[in-house]
Design a protein around this ligand. Structure first.
Ligand SMILES: *Cc1c(COP(=O)(O)O)cnc(C)c1O
Length: 374
């Protein structure tokens, strides 16, 4: 089966993990710091705070901004549910903005229309690996004095106007789930340039306790104090050793993803009515996903089934978040709220995209898609 995405784990990755298993620290050891430095380097940020997963990273970001009950956080309708859930974890209300039809990233005009006196933050999602219209988002956020958060879970290694994803918002959340660009099994991180935000993120990651076990051990002290309510969102040293080893290969992997995308972009337009997403000329897409829009009259479930029969596991990213029963019940988000997202999502399909794919695999997917649509 050719999946829509898959991790690459090499012998050097295995070796890195085995070494940690034989060392003194299995969690919160030297590899966490090393991994944080590697993430900050890739993200072009001063700090990176590593956590247990991307959802935790988004939750930490909401907490660090002091988002709370009565606040609204603007998020795009098309994203993974965790983007919106993070605001709900802190008691806030997610407000769904529509997306651009041709990139499926957040529509800045729709964001502007959703801003109220209760708005506390705007979250942009670099969907499928493509940065949002960050310059326009910045202008809008500045006008209203609002912080920007990036959900960069699809987009480590991408850039916008020469600046890496991780340096485009006050905080950027990353995920290291196996289907993302680099993996730690489960893992996440928040990139920021702000010293105070970084300190709040670190506190929230570890129960609201200011020192960790290793620091106390090094200082020869047992005393610690909890200063606020936090979670155990730690990532362990075993995971971070894998992450450090994986991040060394980020650049060539993104290159390979871009080469696969170029091959798709050349071949796919020969299929009648099929469209690919627009690439912003000012951005460098890291291609977490390759999303196509099927012809408007195509039977997506049927195409999905025929691809499966051919050995290809396509997927859909995503049903608009406000259409999920939880959001409809709790926040009364009815269909019609984000008409572009609601129309476009019905046509989208994520076809295989991962660095280990061969050119022959790409050609096989294109041919299977052609047959499935016939
Ligand atoms: C993967 C992902 C997340 C959540 O990351 P996990 O590590 O799975 O918790 C959040 N937002 C987006 C857009 C994602 O793709």
């Amino acid at each position: 089966m050719i999946p829509y995405g898959r991790q690459t784990v090499d012998d050097d990755d295995v070796q890195a993990v085995v070494e940690v298993l034989k060392s003194a620290w299995l969690t919160t050891g030297p590899n966490v710091e090393l991994f944080e430095r590697s993430v900050a380097n890739a993200a072009g940020s001063k700090h990176a705070v590593a956590v247990s997963n991307g959802t935790a990273a988004l939750h930490c970001a909401m907490h660090a901004l002091r988002v709370g009950p009565g606040d609204e956080v603007i998020v795009p309708a098309i994203t993974f549910v965790a983007t919106a859930n993070a605001a709900v974890f802190e008691g806030a209300t997610p407000v769904f903005a529509d997306v651009e039809a041709d990139t499926l990233t957040i529509d800045v005009a729709s964001v502007e229309a959703r801003i109220t006196p209760r708005t506390k933050a705007i979250v942009g999602v670099d969907y499928a690996g493509q940065p949002c219209a960050w310059e326009e988002l910045h202008a809008l956020a500045q006008k209203h004095g609002l912080p920007l958060v990036a959900d960069g879970c699809h987009a480590i290694g991408a850039s916008y106007k020469g600046r890496p994803v991780g340096s485009l918002a006050a905080m950027t959340a990353f995920s290291f789930h196996p289907v993302k660009h680099v993996t730690t099994g489960e893992g996440g991180a928040i990139a920021t340039d702000d010293d105070e935000l970084a300190a709040r993120l670190r506190l929230f990651r570890a129960h609201g306790i200011a020192t960790d076990h290793r620091t106390r051990e090094q200082r020869g002290t047992f005393h610690y104090e909890m200063v606020e309510l936090g979670f155990n969102y730690r990532i362990c040293d075993i995971q971070c050793a894998l992450g450090v080893s994986q991040l060394k290969k980020l650049a060539p992997w993104v290159e390979r993803r871009r080469a696969i995308a170029a091959r798709y972009r050349e071949a796919l337009p020969s299929i009648d009515g099929l469209e690919v997403l627009r690439d912003r000329p000012e951005a460098r897409n890291a291609y977490h996903l390759f999303v196509v829009k099927l012809p408007a009259d195509a039977d997506r479930a049927g195409v999905h089934r025929k691809l499966r029969e051919a050995g290809i596991a396509a997927n859909v990213h995503y049903m608009p978040v406000h259409l999920h029963p939880f959001y409809r019940d709790r926040f009364h988000t009815e269909p019609g709220l984000c008409p572009v997202a609601e129309r476009e999502w019905q046509r989208i399909l994520s076809i295989p995209m991962y660095p280990a794919m061969s050119d022959a695999d790409v050609d096989f997917v294109v041919a299977a898609l052609k047959t499935a649509l016939r």
